[in-house]
Design a protein around this ligand. Structure first.
Ligand code: UD1
Ligand code: CA
Length: 452
């Protein structure tokens, strides 16, 4: 049977106190609605999004996703929201209802729910919690069958004491929804068309209501304010930290690592405190990442050390390299084995060859640095004339004296020796010493100034 998801994402989220629609707020560096799409799109045939507040912003943020949209102009309730998407849903499909502000729902849980809704049955995701305040309560009969959901605001005292709650997520056939949704009424405490009222109709129609529990409750938590967002963020990060430790990573403090993307690790990786990983990052075996470092969409080779306070962005760092402390590796940097990039060095779109060293206070951009090169402190590749960018090449075994500027386009042949403080504007020859600075003079007869 074909399965289609309807993701409710029309709410404003006024308690977020934000100009951004709620579902675009992020958990682990990704919009909440994107999390929901990512965990559902591969288990259903199609996704529909019900949008309302900030509809254009939501669509813009999902422009690369193959989803269809239904506009809910007024937020008249969850039942009304689902009804807006139904004209686009095939009568033969099974429908999975999801919430754009319940970001951490797991695919496995959704697959179970879909199974529970086969053959015309209804699958309902419920959870039993100690403080059910605010949730719809699951009402069961003497036989233990679900017969209704009562919203907090409509519940009487005995119903309020029920600890099994509705997570809001359910699966049922489109045929049933098309029968039930038009019969919803808004005669309730919130004057809304409650999706939850279909449960009573299902029970009356003799439709089996099968409940499924999430593997952990946090999966079903919604975000309505910044506190709940922060709570889910911390919970998510703790899960990632646990996973990394299970894989054999040493985390100096599992509470002080943030992964906003996918972190792939080899054996015996050590990650120090306050580190942030974004995008797809791969740390090969034996990598050390020092405190306060940020690694973004990069691969770090076996045995390499990223020392404290370094940033590595969209780069490929080879094996046994030594980066930082305080290095800034900008996009397009590739280092071969055993390269060293030291403190206050910035690199960009550059290749740093095997065993080459840029140890202190330098800028290397749009450059090819071949193997075994030593770049002295304060060296700058002048790659930009204010309009265009040019390339610098530094041949194998070259030595660039401190405080030199290499004005691109320029190529240093192998084994070039640049005297300290040089301004190099012309290509060099193999194995030659080049000096590009004025000579030191001694002024004879000079007298130190005295006070008038
Ligand atoms: C809903 C359930 C409640 C459940 C709780 C779980 C109903 C009537 N109640 O209550 O049983 O315990 O979720 O969190 O379904 N939305 C729209 N359009 C609307 C109304 C809502 O898109 O017209 C979206 C919201 O943006 C939100 C989601 O649906 O993402 C849930 O709506 P919300 O008003 O938060 O439902 P609750 O009152 O929390
Ligand atoms: Ca509500």
């Amino acid at each position: 049977m074909k399965t289609e998801a309807i993701i409710l994402a029309a709410g404003q989220g006024s308690r977020m106190k934000s100009s951004k629609p709620k579902v675009l707020h992020e958990v682990a560096g990704k919009a909440m609605v994107q999390h929901v799409l990512d965990s559902s799109k591969h288990i259903v045939d199609h996704c529909h999004l019900v949008v309302g507040h900030g509809a254009e912003q939501v669509k813009e943020s999902l422009k690369n996703e193959a989803v269809t949209y239904a506009l809910q102009e007024q937020q008249l309730g969850t039942g009304h929201a689902v009804a807006q998407a139904m004209p686009e849903v095939s009568e033969e499909s099974l429908v999975l209802v999801l919430y754009g502000d319940v970001p951490l729902i797991k695919s496995e849980t959704l697959s179970q729910l879909i199974l529970a809704a086969q053959d015309g049955q209804l699958g309902l995701l419920t959870a039993t919690i100690s403080n059910p305040h605010g949730y719809g309560r699951i009402v069961r009969n003497d036989k233990g069958e679900v017969v209704a959901i009562v919203e907090e605001k409509d519940a009487d005292e005995p119903q309020k004491s029920i600890t099994e709650v509705n997570t809001g997520i359910l699966a049922v056939s489109a045929a049933h929804l098309n029968n039930w949704l038009p019969r919803l009424s808004s005669e309730n405490a919130q004057k809304e068309y409650y999706l939850t009222d279909i449960i009573e109709m299902a029970a009356a129609d003799g439709v089996a209501i099968n409940t499924v529990s999430p593997t952990c409750f946090e999966e079903t938590l919604g975000v309505n304010n910044r506190q709940q967002q922060a709570h889910l963020e911390r919970w998510y990060q703790r899960q990632v930290a646990e996973q990394l430790m299970v894989q054999g990573v040493t985390l100096m403090d599992p509470e002080r690592i943030d992964v906003r993307g996918t972190l792939t690790v080899g054996q015996d990786v050590v990650i120090d405190i306050n580190t942030v990983f974004e995008g797809d990052v791969s740390l090969e075996s034996g990598v050390y990442v020092g405190p306060n470092s940020i690694v973004k969409s990069s691969t770090i080779g076996e045995g390499t050390k990223i020392n404290a306070n370094s940033i590595v962005d969209q780069s490929i760092i080879g094996p046994k390299c030594d980066i930082g402390p305080f290095a800034r590796i900008r996009p397009g940097t590739e280092t071969a084995a055993q390269a060293k990039i030291g403190n206050f060095v910035e690199t960009k779109k550059s290749i740093i060859g095997a065993g080459s060293k840029v140890n202190h206070l330098s800028y290397v951009g749009d450059s090819v640095v071949e193997d075994s090169v030593n770049i002295g402190a304060g060296t700058i590749t002048c790659n930009y004339d204010g309009v265009n960018k040019y390339k610098t090449k530094i041949g194998t075994g070259s030595f660039v004296g401190s405080n030199s500027t290499l004005v691109a386009p320029v190529a240093l042949a192998s084994e070039t020796f640049v005297a300290a403080g040089s301004v190099i504007t012309k290509d060099t020859e193999n194995g030659k010493l080049v000096v590009g600075r004025s000579r030191q003079k001694t002024i004879e007869g000079w007298k130190r100034p005295t006070k008038d």
